[in-house]
Design a protein around this ligand. Structure first.
Ligand code: AMP
Length: 513
């Protein structure tokens, strides 16, 4: 293996087409070149080392999306550290757990929480706290300005970690998925080739960069193609359509969660003409309704390319670039990746069209959960990672996802594990028990919905539940609606029948715009 195939940053460096080419384009048209990326990430890498970061150390980051935040990711990789981005919606209570578990050397937070972050860092023994604001300003960038640009990238092997992403478990306890240089590099290279990315591409990047989709799929592909991306702080359908009409840095590709596409469809500006210069629309992180796929194709002539992946594996399957992109399917296994379906009870490998547990094997599959060797071992089946998604592979080889074995709720592209929300609700005085389900929502894909049983004599209201949960959980995990019932439906084994609840409440968000 050549070094560039081992080291994520070296591969990015080797892909730079010209130093004065734009890597990041701001929505106002300003640019950051590849030379700027080398310079800022070099300064930040020197700063991280000066702050005591050694190879293998974690650099935890909970900041808004910005150009310096992207450079910080590159800096951590260059310094041989493990980049650990955290969802900006996580509360301090949740961050406490992540910092205690991951024990980073540096924690970079938003300036507005500095005092609380410092107190937390003292408690959990994180030696250094820096700030970085949405405007790209903070103690981090101020200190980096005094550092040299030149930085010798720290050697790393393919098995060494480049990132950790936390993902919630069915038990409610988040697990850190350890991703190596090889995991990230192999997946970005496969996707670049499969989706035909070149240096001529300009991506509309409106995803957050604390999640695998926006960071390890979108940003890594652009870096590995020597291409450019318009870095939007958040998705806005009107803005995205306006960008598609730019004459300079005209976009060619958009990646999004299904919500982006339903919002575009709601905008009368979405037409064949408006999208004429786009070559590709990619969707993932949650199921894209076949109806959305069809409506988008009718309006624009573009068949959205749906792919399937997860934090632990990066991308596993994709509808074809050339060939039929079938609505309601997630396409074929990507090159070098094996996908199979097994019987969840017996482990027997199933044949075409038989529904079971989707399992994945390949260079994309993570190195395990941080400091949880037993949990890691239990999630593998003869070398295949057990995804927790139920599905089938049809006779033509297309993978279909039919449900989520782990009862995950995906709202606006973010995962919510019911158990975690249920535990918080159950702790509220007056609550006997609760069940949290995902209910089809026109805007979010699914809306988190709680069904609560009160203790005899207790009088509870939806407002009281909301009030008690506020600040305990990230906003996206909070139930959009709370219902009260005398008892939860259960099967003979005593398990709550969530399918019955989903059916009962299936229309509650129908008229929510
Ligand atoms: P995350 O780890 O946040 O990326 O979430 C991964 C989960 O999202 C997967 O295990 C699937 O349940 C779901 N997912 C991702 N992409 C798709 C898709 N195209 N269709 C259906 N579910 C998806």
């Amino acid at each position: 293996m050549t070094p560039s195939r081992n080291h994520l940053f070296r591969a990015f460096r080797d892909a730079i087409p010209a130093m004065d080419k734009a890597l990041v384009i701001h929505p106002d048209g300003g640019i950051e070149t590849y030379a700027d990326a080398l310079a800022l990430s070099g300064r930040l890498a020197n700063l991280l080392v000066a702050r005591g970061v050694k190879p293998g150390d974690r650099v935890a980051v909970q900041v808004d999306k910005s150009w310096p935040a992207l450079a910080l990711y590159l800096a951590a990789v260059r310094a041989g550290a493990v980049y650990l981005p955290l969802n900006t919606a996580y509360t301090l209570n949740e961050v406490d757990y992540f910092l205690s578990d991951a024990q980073p050397t540096v924690f970079v937070c938003r300036p507005q929480i500095l005092a609380e972050a410092k107190a937390l860092a003292d408690k959990v023994k994180v030696p250094c706290v820096e700030t970085l604001g949405a405007d790209g300003v903070g103690s981090l960038t101020e200190a980096a300005a005094g550092q040299p640009e030149a930085f010798e990238d720290v050697e790393r092997g393919p098995e060494d970690l480049a990132g950790i992403l936390y993902t919630s478990g069915t038990t409610g306890r988040a697990k850190g998925a350890m991703l190596s240089h090889e995991n990230l590099l192999s997946n970005a290279a496969v996707l670049r080739d499969d989706w035909r990315f070149t240096g001529d591409d300009v991506l509309i990047h409106a995803l957050p960069i604390f999640h695998t989709h926006g960071l390890f799929v979108a940003s890594n592909i652009i870096l590995l193609s020597g291409a450019s991306m318009i870095f939007c702080p958040k998705f806005d359908a009107g803005e995205a359509l306006a960008m598609m009409g730019w004459s300079d840095h005209r976009p060619t590709v958009m990646m999004g969660v299904p919500t982006f596409y339903t919002r575009l469809l709601d905008n009368p500006g979405l037409t064949r003409e408006a999208t004429a210069h786009m070559r590709l629309f990619v969707s993932g992180s949650a199921p894209l309704l076949a109806e959305t796929h069809r409506a988008f194709e009718t309006r624009t002539g573009h068949a959205i390319l749906e792919r399937y992946g997860m934090t632990e594996t990066g991308m596993n399957t994709s509808n074809p670039y050339d060939g039929a992109r079938i609505a309601g399917t997630v396409g074929f296994p990507l090159p070098g990746i094996s996908v199979r379906v097994s019987d969840p009870e017996s482990g027997r490998i199933l044949g075409a069209d038989e529904i079971g547990m989707i399992e994945v094997k390949g260079p994309n599959v993570f190195k395990g959960y941080w400091r949880m060797p037993e949990k890691t071992a239990s999630e593998f089946h003869d070398g295949y990672f057990i995804t927790g998604d139920l599905g089938k592979i049809d006779g033509a080889g297309y993978v279909h996802i039919v449900g989520r074995g782990k009862d995950l709720v995906i709202t606006g592209g973010f995962n919510v594990y019911p158990k975690e929300v249920e535990s918080e609700i159950d702790a509220i005085p007056g609550v006997l028990e609760s069940a949290v389900i995902g209910v089809t929502h026109p805007d979010f894909g699914e809306g988190v919905t709680a069904v609560v049983v009160a203790k005899p004599g207790a009088s509870l209201t939806e407002e009281a539940i909301h009030g008690a949960l506020d600040g305990k959980l990230a906003k996206f995990k909070l139930p959009k609606k709370v219902f009260f019932v005398p008892e939860l439906p259960r099967n003979t084994m005593g398990k709550v029948q969530k399918n019955i609840l989903r059916d009962t409440y299936k229309d509650i968000y129908r008229n929510v715009a």
